[in-house]
Design a protein around this ligand. Structure first.
Ligand code: ATP
Ligand code: MN
Length: 495
């Protein structure tokens, strides 16, 4: 008997109605076939005998219009269904009488799944500011903007893996917790299990890290590069795509404390191969977005135009899709840091004091305003800057013959500034060691990194693409807090 009961329950479960995704419903030609959709109400409006509900399930930016005839569906069923409520509706798809959509659902049956009190639900069908939505990050997925960004983010993650996979790269997971502080001294988040209220001390009254979890100080990683190099010097072509943490206290619209980074690393590559790979990858990703995210990009384009309506014409950015196509069609300009400094120094912009940080001499680190000037005003194309002064770059970059510059490359994009930072790496043991000494890098700790230069060292190169910087560019959003679901920035770690 018990067995029979379970079998009966099972068969009932199997008969559970199949949900048709709104993405499929909107493309369907199968009129007269009954379907069931589920989703969240965006808007509801009533005319004399019918109620119209715009339903969204996140599968696509568009809503499905539900048409409920008050002759068929009682008023008391529909009246508690407000914006934000989750509902389930069954009916037939019919060609739409109204403009704006091809099909609509003629409702036979409608049911509340989860209501939303209209006096409390924060996302009313009106325009909310991006700042307001950041405070409602738990619900902002339900807006057109964040739906579009979330789908675009997914497409870009997928396309990045596809790009590298198709080229024969191997993805590797580099550690998130690290005890090497070679790269990010001062910018790292410490990881500890010590009791901060009651720290164990050595005889010299300093913190006794032997008692910490790893027996020494540990941090969250600022980059997977050093470990990726180890793998590249065996597998030739590898890439990482992982979370990265930087405790830099820069409250800008381009920096997060937690972001995602893509870091290819390739043996037998020089800096020119590295630049070719970066340009090819960025163009591949743009092409992918244009092909597979057309609806979301069209929405984001309209959003940007709307947002910039009140700006002066010369301050407006290029229309989003035009901008993507423009970058796709432009060969990236490749010039040295030295040439770039000359251009900046002699620019009218500099002479008239329009830079916050005037460019006076060779050796200065370039600010985002300088990078954007080169891209947006001077060349009007993406730019790859190479051969930076060694003093403003990391210890592992290959020293040029001039002894002053290193084989670094930064890719600069309109509206963003630096989107990629990379280099050819120093493969010579002695030169690398010397740079480490000069820059006070704790080389004993880095014995494992140095050993790769002792055993079968070869030229190699790689770069880091900040995933959220890429998302800024692809989406036309202005603030990096709006292209990651849950941004972490100084004093902000809600959700
Ligand atoms: P920036 O000069 O813009 O602060 P960086 O030179 O410190 O960047 P790299 O160490 O070269 O950055 O990191 C590689 C890439 O990671 C950068 O080109 C950028 O796309 C991204 N990136 C770096 N820092 C951040 C951050 N705090 N938030 C988001 N992305 C970042
Ligand atoms: Mn950089």
């Amino acid at each position: 008997m018990i067995f029979c009961f379970f079998a009966y329950k099972l068969s009932l479960n199997r008969q559970k109605v199949k949900r048709t995704e709104i993405r499929q419903a909107l493309l369907s030609e199968e009129f007269e076939k009954e379907i069931t959709v589920m989703g969240w109400i965006r808007t509801k409006r009533a005319s004399k005998n019918v109620v119209f509900i715009a339903l969204n399930d996140g599968s696509v930016i568009h809503n499905l219009q539900l048409v409920a005839d008050l002759g068929k569906i009682p008023e008391h069923v529909l009246s508690p269904m407000h914006t934000g409520a989750a509902i389930k509706a069954t009916g037939k798809l019919v060609p739409s009488a109204g403009s704006g959509q091809r099909v609509e659902l003629s409702v036979e049956n409608i049911e509340m799944l989860g209501d939303a009190n209209p006096n409390e639900y924060p996302l009313q069908p009106k325009k909310h500011s991006l700042e307001f939505l950041r405070e409602k990050a738990h619900l902002r997925f339900r807006t057109n903007t964040f739906g579009a960004i979330t789908r675009l983010r997914h497409a870009m993650i997928f396309a990045i893996h596809k790009f590298f996979n198709d080229k024969g790269f191997y993805n590797i997971h580099t550690p998130i917790i690290t005890t090497s502080d070679a790269e990010g001294a001062g910018e790292m988040f410490q990881v500890t299990t010590l009791d901060l209220e009651n720290l164990p001390k050595t005889q010299d009254a300093i913190v006794d890290y032997k008692k910490d979890f790893f027996g020494k100080p540990a941090n969250l990683t600022v980059s997977g590069q050093l470990e990726a190099e180890l793998a590249a010097l065996a597998l030739s072509k590898v890439y990482t795509f992982g979370p990265t943490f930087r405790a830099e206290n820069s409250n800008t619209s381009r920096h997060l404390a937690e972001f995602w980074m893509i870091e290819p690393e390739v043996a037998f590559f020089d800096i020119h191969d590295n630049m070719d790979l970066a340009e090819e990858m960025l163009k591949y990703l743009i092409r992918y977005a244009l092909e597979f995210c057309a609806d979301d990009l069209a929405f984001l384009s309209k959003r940007l135009i709307e947002e910039e309506k009140n700006k002066k014409a010369e301050d407006r950015s290029m229309e989003l899709i035009e901008k993507l196509n423009f970058v796709l069609e432009s060969p990236f300009i490749r010039i040295s840091y030295t040439e770039a400094v000359d251009i900046l120094k002699n620019s009218n912009h500099n002479k008239k004091g329009r830079f916050v940080y005037p460019v006076e001499s060779w050796g200065v680190d370039l600010q985002s305003e300088h990078e954007r000037y080169l891209v947006e005003k001077h060349f009007k194309k993406p730019v790859i800057l190479t051969d930076y002064p060694k003093d403003i770059k990391a210890f592992y970059m290959k020293l040029n013959e001039d002894g002053k510059t290193v084989r670094a490359m930064d890719v600069l994009f309109p509206g963003i500034g630096e989107i990629i930072g990379g280099s050819q790496r120093e493969e010579d043991y002695d030169k690398l060691m010397q740079r480490m000494m000069e820059m006070h890098i704790p080389h004993q700790q880095m014995w494992w990194y140095l050993e790769t230069r002792k055993f079968g060292t070869v030229p190699h190169a790689g770069y880091g693409l900040g995933f959220e910087r890429l998302m800024l560019f692809m989406s036309g959003m202005n603030n990096i807090r709006d292209v990651i679901p849950f941004p972490r920035t100084p004093l902000n770690c809600e959700f």
